[in-house]
Design a protein around this ligand. Structure first.
Ligand SMILES: Cc1cc2nc3c(=O)[nH]c(=O)nc-3n(C[C@H](O)[C@H](O)[C@H](O)COP(=O)(O)OP(=O)(O)OC[C@H]3O[C@@H](n4cnc5c(N)ncnc54)[C@H](O)[C@@H]3O)c2cc1C
Length: 413
């Protein structure tokens, strides 16, 4: 039998995958429980696949701390495991004079968050860099470090590397109730596939994080899901832009971006909409038509070009914009909730923060030897919807990765 785990992680989205990777690499004996058949199949399977620098995050937020901790380490991880990424940078374009007046504020905010490389560029410089943009731009900022990755492969690789280092991952296993025994300070986790025992439980339940917290008798936030829709162009459009084209951000988020995935598809989105449906709500044609018109109005070469796909994602937003990372040593519990818009970018920083809480507040030491070194992974895509990582076959759940494999989408053109 598996015995007592140092930590049990609930949820196999990008956050749970990063937590198990970090903790296993540092010698913790870990178990990850995921209710779905496949890892990375909820919020983490419908994002933009961008590593954000945090240029628009609040300067003192937990979010910016986690993103900044992640950023250099994510490149070490991507290089170490041999995963694809493109540091294309982002160009924030102001299309009205009112938007131009906000560029210095955004630059200032970005610098306050420690990102000094964000700079205003002239219109001639903008069109030199992005000749495919419509001629109506009024001003622009250049954010050089914004990067695109394969969001599915990045998350799966963290869980896979943790498994290579001895962690246990159980899918199709829904956590149903929790019971903490005070006499030995162990937490019993009852699931659809039996009981597991750990010293600390980490709630990485994403869109269901508030429900998982209630199993431990906690109720500090509610998930208010926010849907994002995308329109996807074929890889033949990849020459039309060189960087991710950002609008001016608002209180609701970064806005609709025109970006090129790490595999060359051009995508317009995501929207930011209320929804009650956490489980991959469909896209609606009016919104997709609006995204298409938006893309065409900003990038000349998109005009009349057919899209090859659409997809949606749902953000695990809460009442506040920042992350909730809260530790309850008396319950053997850590909540990692409301990781709404930057979970991929901040994931390694979140893992690091959680490990420090496990050691510093729960006094749980790793019971195994540290194994932080990285070894390249052999990845083979098996169209239409699987990939083999080393010798393990995974179901691909993210449309960005699925588009990489779907040759029929390209041949439809
Ligand atoms: C439209 C959109 C665009 C985005 N773009 C970006 C981007 O470009 N860059 C970026 O960094 N971030 C982006 N994000 C944010 C990022 O995707 C999220 O922050 C991240 O996916 C949250 O991950 P998570 O692991 O917390 O949640 P999830 O991916 O939802 O994972 C939680 C997991 O917990 C499991 N679970 C829940 N309850 C139980 C239970 N009782 N038992 C067992 N398992 C359970 C669920 O099944 C799920 O798999 C975007 C998000 C959206 C929706």
């Amino acid at each position: 039998m598996a015995g007592v785990f140092d930590v049990i992680i609930v949820g196999g989205g990008v956050v749970g995958c990063a937590v198990i990777w970090d903790m296993t690499s540092h010698g913790y004996k870990c178990l990850l429980l995921e209710k779905n058949e496949n890892l990375v199949s909820e919020a983490s399977s419908g994002n933009s696949g961008m590593l954000h620098t945090g240029f628009d995050s609040s300067p003192n937020s937990l979010e910016i701390q986690c993103i900044q901790h992640s950023f250099p380490r994510m490149f070490d991880l991507l290089k170490g495991l041999g995963l694809p990424y493109e540091k294309n940078g982002a160009t924030m374009v102001a299309w009205t004079q009112e938007q131009v007046s906000r560029l210095p504020i955004i630059t200032e905010r970005s610098r306050a968050a420690g990102i000094s490389s964000t700079t205003e560029i002239s219109l001639s410089e903008l069109y030199r860099r992005e000749p495919g943009l419509s001629r109506h731009a009024q001003g622009a900022l250049w954010i050089p470090d914004e990067t695109v990755v394969d969001p599915w492969l990045t998350a799966i690789s963290m869980a896979h590397d943790a498994r290579r280092k001895g962690a246990m991952v159980k899918t199709d296993t829904m956590v149903q109730s929790i019971c903490r025994a005070d006499h030995n300070q162990q937490v019993h986790v009852m699931t659809s596939r039996g009981q597991f025992t750990g010293r600390v439980v980490i709630n990485c339940g994403g869109l269901y994080g508030d429900i998982v917290d209630k199993l431990a008798g906690l109720q500090h936030f509610s998930i208010v899901p926010k849907k994002g829709q995308y329109a996807v162009y074929p890889k033949t459009a990849k020459h039309l832009i060189n960087s991710s084209i950002l609008p001016i951000p608002t209180d609701r988020g970064k806005g609709e971006i025109i970006f090129k995935t790490v595999y060359g598809n051009v995508i317009v989105g995501p929207t930011f909409e209320e929804t009650v449906n956490k489980r991959r709500p469909g896209s609606d044609s009016n919104t997709i038509q609006r995204l298409i018109r938006y893309g065409e109005s900003r990038v000349n070469g998109l005009r009349g070009r057919p899209i090859v796909n659409t997809y949606t994602g749902v953000r695990p937003a809460t009442e506040i914009k920042d992350y909730h990372i809260d530790s309850y040593p008396e319950r053997g519990w850590i909540t990692v909730g409301g990781i709404r818009s930057t979970g991929l970018s901040g994931s390694i920083g979140i893992g690091d923060k959680v490990r420090k809480l496990v050691l510093g507040q729960h006094n749980v030491e790793p019971s195994r030897a540290k194994m932080v070194e990285l070894k390249k992974m052999a990845v083979k895509f098996l169209p239409p919807s699987h990939a083999m990582v080393d010798d393990v076959i995974y179901t691909v759940t993210h449309p960005i990765t699925l588009c990489r494999m779907d040759l029929s989408m390209e041949s439809r053109l």
